[in-house]
Design a protein around this ligand. Structure first.
Ligand code: UYC
Length: 231
């Protein structure tokens, strides 16, 4: 009944993010009336003018996959390019990445992220298909923050460069401790691309994605985790 839904909505406003995720699942079970609650929440968010979190991301995902056409229309009207502002200092189009993450297609999103990073580094890197650390150092803060936000917001805060950075700092920037923590290495064995990696949000450990190939050493990833975008 709607009384119970009103109680859920009230509780939602004062809960922790983890609790809010669970409440959203309950609210979505109410379907049409539940979707109205979510739309109200997203309109509030729009007015606040604050960066989106994974709560707004999850809300957006629920509305996007809802059977009610009014939900699609709502998103089209109020958030036509997604919940994350797709800012770029280099005029790069992050819309395709937004779409893949929204659809929770993490494997394709990971592939496209590397492609976008190469695009950000320039034509030479695009042809090379991998990054020099000097190119990473030169990347604009704005674009890296957009990429990071897209991953964070559409992964319940589990994936993204800042999640990786936080874990890496927590082990004293020790790579050998870091790799097993994010399941890129087990014992002495590197995880094999692509089938060894975990492309499922619920199964993967925090910081597992996006990937950064270590074939040519750690310098590029090191430059990424040390980028001024995160300080
Ligand atoms: N791969 O093992 N990786 C590739 C990872 C390594 C290798 C791509 C990550 C270790 C080869 C991505 C790990 C290694 C290719 C990743 C990992 C290795 C390849 C596709 C755990 C051998 C073929 C994008 C750290 C022992 C391409 C890209 C080539 C591809 C990611 C081998 C995303 C996180 C040291 C031979 N691996 N990679 O970059 O260039 O090509 O030959 O890290």
């Amino acid at each position: 009944d709607t009384d119970a839904l009103t109680q859920l909505e009230t509780a939602f406003g004062t809960s922790s993010p983890a609790k809010q995720l669970r409440l959203l699942a309950e609210i979505s079970a109410y379907q049409t009336v539940g979707y109205s609650v979510m739309q109200r929440f997203l309109l509030d968010f729009k007015q606040r003018n604050t960066p989106p979190t994974f709560i707004e991301g999850r809300c957006y995902e629920y509305l996007w996959s809802a059977p009610d056409e009014t939900c699609q229309q709502f998103l089209q009207q109020h958030f036509p390019t997604g919940i994350v502002p797709l800012r770029s200092a280099r005029n790069i189009d992050y819309q395709p990445l937004q779409a893949l993450l929204l659809a929770q297609d993490f494997q394709e999103a990971d592939r496209l992220t590397l492609e976008k990073l190469c695009e950000l580094a320039g034509e030479v890197a695009m042809r090379r298909k991998w990054l020099y650390f000097t190119e990473v150092e030169q990347m604009p803060i704005e674009d890296l923050q957009t990429l990071n936000q897209l991953w964070l917001v559409h992964s319940e805060g589990k994936f993204g460069f800042t999640v990786q950075r936080q874990l890496w700092l927590s082990v004293g920037q020790n790579w050998e401790s870091f790799w097993p923590k994010i399941a890129w290495k087990t014992g002495r064995t590197w995880t094999r691309y692509p089938d060894g990696f975990i492309w499922d949000l619920d199964q993967a450990p925090r910081g597992h994605l996006p990937l950064s190939n270590q074939l040519r050493g750690v310098q590029s990833f090191n430059a990424l985790l040390n980028h001024p975008a995160w300080t």
